[in-house]
Design a protein around this ligand. Structure first.
Ligand code: NDP
Length: 322
């Protein structure tokens, strides 16, 4: 089968489109014929070695398609089921073997492209707003990279919960998308000092929570956006990892909280996974959550897709199709 593999860390050019054997499912596993694979920023961290893995490996942490074989002791899915999954390596390929408990059945209304677009970034937006910092009606939140894959979903889910939503983006075009998704205020953080803008827009009060996936470039100023006892949820590092930090600053800046969550620990059981994905599919089917599939690339164009995501040229979701 065709796959996209990393043999050595580096720039997008290290991605190799190559033939490997179709994998066989072991006990507790199912094989999915991939119809769409989701591109996520974590793929870049794994390609560059920021999150090290043993090479060679097939990239891709999200996919959707049809179960075409199951191993022993699989009770969760059957051959022929339409499914989607996230947080298991190997979806940049024609087939992927996945622990069966990670496979969410796709309802009729959700096609494979929507399934692959919703799982990883959607479950992330779900847990960040429901569990990491449970947003309540009337509270205020800042979402960085608001027109990105996670960003557009976070805005919509935060608005469902009744929060006032501030977003940051790099361009006017992205600002328009964030507004359309429901953001109350959008700041061009490439032009304006976003912490000063947040202070101005909240009359000095500051926010309940900042959802920060940009990391190095935004972390310190994100702290300055918070009200006393506010929460900084650092969930990514698209601009680079945050350097070592003096914890005493949290006291000086208002007895703040910082957490660094990952989806792995918030979709840790089948029950949790089905609950989160079930909510997402339900909202999508009812038209209450809009997916924006920005670009679709052929599997063999994975390097080009990576280049565009890294260069901030994409909005919403990017898919690869075998
Ligand atoms: P996005 O579609 O959001 O793409 C990344 C965006 O980050 C860019 O479009 C850009 O938006 C912004 N950005 C800011 N600075 C930089 C920079 N120096 N280089 C590149 N991009 C930059 O990607 P995803 O939706 O896939 O992921 C968003 C973030 O969420 C990532 O950091 C990812 O790791 C994290 N994440 C974390 C999870 C978790 O559980 N912890 C799960 C899923 C995602 P702009 O041009 O507007 O600045």
């Amino acid at each position: 089968m065709k796959s996209v593999r990393v043999h050595q860390y580096g720039a997008p050019e290290v991605l190799r489109y190559e033939e490997i054997p179709v994998p066989e499912p072991g006990a507790g596993e199912a094989r999915v014929k991939i119809e769409a694979a989701g591109l996520n920023y974590i793929d870049i961290y794994q390609r560059t070695g920021l999150y090290p893995l043993k090479a060679p490996f097939t990239l891709g942490m999200e996919g959707a398609g049809v179960v075409d074989a199951v191993g022993a002791n699989v009770t969760e899915v059957r051959k022929g089921d339409r499914v989607a999954y996230a947080m298991h390596l190997g979806s940049y390929a024609e087939y992927a073997v996945v622990p069966a408990w990670r496979l969410a059945p796709l309802p009729q209304a959700i096609d494979s492209r929507a399934g692959a677009a919703a799982m990883l970034q959607g479950m992330t937006a779900h847990y960040l707003t429901r569990n990491t910092y449970p947003l309540k009606k009337g509270e205020s939140a800042l979402i960085h990279a608001a027109a990105g894959g996670v960003g557009l979903l976070l805005i919509q889910i935060a608005k469902r919960l009744g929060a006032t939503v501030f977003g940051t983006v790099s361009t006017e075009e992205k600002a328009k998308l964030a507004k359309e998704a429901g953001a109350d205020e959008v700041i061009l953080y490439t032009k304006a000092d976003f912490a000063a803008e947040v202070k101005r827009l909240t009359s000095g009060a500051g926010l309940h929570v900042v959802y920060d996936s940009v990391g190095k470039d935004t972390f310190e100023k994100s702290l300055d956006c918070l009200r006393p006892r506010g929460y900084l949820v650092l969930f990514g590092n698209s601009s680079g990892p945050v350097p070592p930090f003096e914890l005493g600053k949290l006291a000086q800046k208002g007895s703040l909280f910082v957490t660094r969550p990952t989806l792995l620990h918030y979709a840790a059981s089948r029950e949790e996974l089905l609950q989160r994905s079930g909510d997402l599919f339900n909202w999508i089917a009812k038209g209450e959550l809009k997916l924006r599939i920005d670009k679709t690339f052929a599997l063999k164009e994975a390097a080009e897709a990576h280049q565009q995501l890294e260069a901030r040229k994409t909005t919403g979701k990017v898919l690869l199709q075998p």
